[in-house]
Design a protein around this ligand. Structure first.
Ligand SMILES: [Zn+2]
Length: 284
């Protein structure tokens, strides 16, 4: 991918190096005393109170300083900013074609653990999108994991990961996510998992739509890039992950889809560049 020199998004909040945690928030001695005192007076569990206190601190590092917003200056941060910028351009174009306005998400970079409107999360859960605050959360060390643990190296593989999360944002804007979670509330666990798979495959397809449009706009793909993306999609398929973990392959427990499905839907988006080709809900 020839990404250097392309426009960088400024919708990046850089929380790397900021510590945050469940009850791990730096609470001064006086504050702690106050919480304990309050707990004594009211008979509330102090740990519960501390939890509440730490939740109030969302969006701040332990120093209480707000995280810087804008394109980072290091290489991997700039890469993320360029990819995010190209998703803004591609999706603005798609939305404009439907007489809608695209509201871009913010990308939060973090290291280790992060607090989002969806709760506390450790980097081990991988990159994620939180519909409640419309933000994508990414620990850039996931890219090393993609390379070393999942055997899926390459910049387009990394870009696909960001584009997949932005795909969830698009689903949120289009009202698909809320429809699906309402349906999930009315069905069995297996039914909910099956709906989750369709939602995830659609995010893969949307990532492909971005890939096609972004390349039309930037002409930045090099030989092997598409294959890198497809390899990454396959590497994080549920069947492959279950096999790698040494367990049985259980399709009813899948939440993201098999390697074959993920590669197929990403390819469909990449080839069509059209979100109407991404209707995973009415497909078998
Ligand atoms: Zn996803």
């Amino acid at each position: 991918m020839r990404w250097k020199g392309e426009r960088e998004s400024d919708q990046i909040e850089d929380r790397r190096g900021m510590s945050v945690g469940r009850g791990g928030i730096a609470l001064g001695g006086g504050g702690l005393l106050l919480v304990l005192l309050f707990a004594l007076l009211t008979g509330t569990d102090p740990t519960q109170l501390l939890e509440t206190v730490s939740q109030v601190q969302v969006g701040e590092g332990s120093s209480g300083q707000p995280a810087p917003v804008g394109a980072p200056s290091d290489e991997s941060g700039r890469f993320a900013a360029v990819v995010l910028g190209s998703t803004e351009d591609a999706w603005s174009e798609v939305f404009a074609g439907r007489n809608q306005r695209y509201q871009p998400p913010r990308l939060v970079l973090f290291s280790g653990a992060v607090q989002s409107a969806c709760g506390f999360a450790e980097a081990a859960v991988g990159p994620f999108y939180c519909p409640s605050d419309s933000q994508v959360y990414l620990d850039l060390s996931f890219f090393d994991e993609l390379d070393q643990r999942f055997g899926a190296p390459g910049d387009f593989a990394r870009a696909y990961v960001i584009a997949h999360e932005v795909g969830h944002h698009v689903q949120n804007l289009l009202g698909i996510s809320s429809k699906v979670s309402a349906m999930q509330g009315r069905t069995s666990r297996e039914g909910a998992n099956a709906l989750s798979v369709r939602l995830e495959l659609q995010a893969d397809c949307f990532a492909g739509v971005w890939g096609k449009i972004a390349n039309r706009e930037r002409d930045w793909l090099e030989p092997g890039d598409v294959e890198e993306g497809l390899a990454a999609a396959a590497a994080i398929g549920d069947d492959t992950l279950q096999r790698k973990a040494g367990g049985a392959v259980q399709p009813e427990s899948w939440t993201h889809g098999s390697s074959e499905m993920r590669g197929r839907w990403l390819r469909r988006g990449l080839e069509s560049g059209d979100i109407d080709a991404c209707d995973t809900f009415s497909s078998d």
